[in-house]
Ligand binder design. Structure first.
Ligand code: NDP
Length: 496
């Protein structure tokens, strides 16, 4: 088995990456953006600062490719998706390490992302074979309900889990017969561009195109391009609204996966040590930069003091440090802006008189002074405070007491978001009856982050519109045609 340093030494990156358009890497006339390692400030590569011209080329290529890709049999498309899954699996180590360098996330997490991504391609390779449409006999004919692809899909993704995002968007769209122009996040494009090199040898040219660059340039040009047929966006609520508004004005179908402020409810009958461990993972995974973070913790009064004392002790045990150290669990946030944003929320919480129980500081890591490393941070707070209501996107959790299930369910739902929720108890009746009342797209009982292949994922309320990850995603990328056919013309009668 190779050591981490052996693996990183083997990573070779291009000095400059063009956007991936029509099967080639095309440099923009608009110049480049630096791709920086957020942990140590090292320049990793330069990526194309795509503009309207690049988006135009990519959309043209995707429209041409759509003619042949959409005409393939579903078996042929499924076979392509299996080849993509195999190649992604073979390249997991290399791409994971590139992602680690590009995003600052701890190396310990990466098997997780790629396992999910590979399974997405395999799942949709199979799901498309069962998404057959319907047909029934009529007294003198046949009724057919057929599913057609939409055309060219414009997809925009954030930086936190690049390959999960890429696979969530590409796999169902491709399986359904669409072609793609995707804009990755400017802070995390390298693994996607290296993945493009792999796709170049597998998929026909123009089927998948990646235009890198800024949201306000490449992203804006993409969502406003006249020749796209679908918008799919994952990111903040603010930009999501803009994408939704654009879709509304242009009457394009849209999928939005937005933010979250997810409640996690702990009942008094749990094994406290196990529950504390799962809770800690629930707010520290991805350095806390996740829309599904279990960031509002409600602990029952009967165990509150012991639970919170153990949670605080565990927070102090979490290793904050170099992302390439396998024992690190929390490492550098994506950039200075995000680091300052998290620290500003810690200040806001103090101003609101939330009680700081653990963490709250930026940590200096040897040889990584550039990076924003934030200690796992716990506040005792109330649900109406900004720290409990606004998405922070860092390793920060608020804890609150409860003793009445109806009241805590109401508080859990008292948020603009509704992406995920967690419940921990051995009382299954209580768990399920609470789950039924929670306004969230995913409810995990006794394991936060319980992602099962094929389980639909998406948000209630401001957390989004539409579903990904499960077979429902195929509906997001298809339109339905009804064909009603008679064998014979009906007897005349109109003029009688
Ligand atoms: P943003 O909304 O800022 O950006 C997301 C993507 O949109 C990026 O590629 C960005 O480009 C692009 N973008 C920004 N402005 C525009 C615009 N005017 N037109 C078109 N595209 C634009 O989110 P973040 O990158 O900051 O990601 C964090 C957010 O994403 C959090 O709020 C989080 O909750 C949410 N998220 C939701 C998930 C879900 O599944 N529900 C999963 C992961 C994150 P650029 O690269 O220039 O920033």
């Amino acid at each position: 088995m190779q050591s981490i340093s052996e693996k990183t030494n083997k990573i070779t990156l291009e000095k400059e990456y063009g956007s991936f358009i029509d099967g080639e890497f095309v440099k923009s006339s608009n110049g480049f953006i630096d791709a920086i390692n957020p942990a140590n400030g090292e320049l990793l590569a330069k990526i194309s600062r795509g503009n309207k011209e690049d988006v135009d080329l990519a959309v043209k290529a995707a429209n041409v490719a759509f003619q042949t890709w959409s005409a393939l049999s579903i078996e042929e498309r499924a076979s392509y998706l299996h080849k993509v899954a195999d190649a992604l699996e073979e390249n997991t180590d290399r791409l994971s390490m590139i992602e680690c360098l590009d995003t600052g996330r701890p190396v310990y997490e990466f098997g997780l992302d790629y396992d999910i991504a590979v399974k997405q391609f395999r799942y949709f390779a199979s799901a498309i074979l069962l998404d057959e449409g319907t047909s029934r006999a009529l007294p003198d004919g046949q009724l057919i309900v057929q599913k057609d692809p939409l055309g060219v899909c414009a997809q925009i993704i954030p930086w936190n889990v690049p390959m999960i995002m890429v696979s969530f968007k590409l796999a169902p769209a491709l399986a359904a017969g669409n072609t793609i122009v995707m804009k990755p996040a400017e802070d995390a494009s390298l693994s996607t561009l290296e993945f493009a090199k792999i796709l170049k040898d597998i998929l026909p040219k123009g089927v998948v195109n990646f235009v890198t660059g800024y949201g306000i340039e490449a992203g804006d040009a993409l969502i406003n391009h006249p020749d796209i047929h679908k918008l799919s966006f994952t990111g903040s609520v603010g930009v999501g609204r803009l994408v939704g508004k654009t879709a509304g004005e242009r009457l394009l179908p849209v999928t939005l996966e937005l933010g979250g402020k997810s409640p996690h409810i702990v009942f008094p009958d749990v094994n406290i040590d196990d529950a504390v461990e799962n809770t800690t993972l629930g707010y520290c995974l991805f350095n806390g930069q996740s829309c599904i973070l279990g960031s509002r913790l409600f602990v029952h009064d009967d165990i509150y003091d012991e639970f919170v004392a153990k949670l605080v002790a565990r927070a102090k045990d979490v290793k904050v440090g170099d992302p390439l150290d396998p024992s690190t669990r929390v490492s550098a946030l994506i950039n200075e802006k995000q680091g300052k944003r998290v620290l500003s929320y810690i200040d806001i919480a103090k101003e609101e008189s939330a009680k700081l129980l653990a963490g709250g500081n930026r940590v200096t890591v040897h040889n990584h002074e550039y990076g924003y490393f934030i200690e796992p941070t716990i506040f005792e707070a109330t649900n109406d405070m900004r720290i409990s209501q606004e998405e922070i996107f860092g390793p920060v959790i608020t804890v609150m007491r409860w003793n009445d299930i109806d009241a805590v369910t109401k508080e859990a739902n008292d948020t603009e978001y509704g992406l995920a929720a967690g419940i921990m108890t051995n009382d299954f009746k209580a768990a399920l009856s609470t789950a039924q009342k929670l306004q969230a797209g995913s409810v995990w009982i006794n394991q936060y982050f319980n992602f099962q292949t094929g389980a639909p994922f998406g948000g209630y309320k401001n957390s989004g519109i539409g579903r990904e990850y499960g077979k429902e995603a195929l509906d997001e990328y298809t339109q339905v045609k009804t064909i009603a056919a008679n064998f014979n013309l009906p007897p005349a009668g109109f003029f009688k």
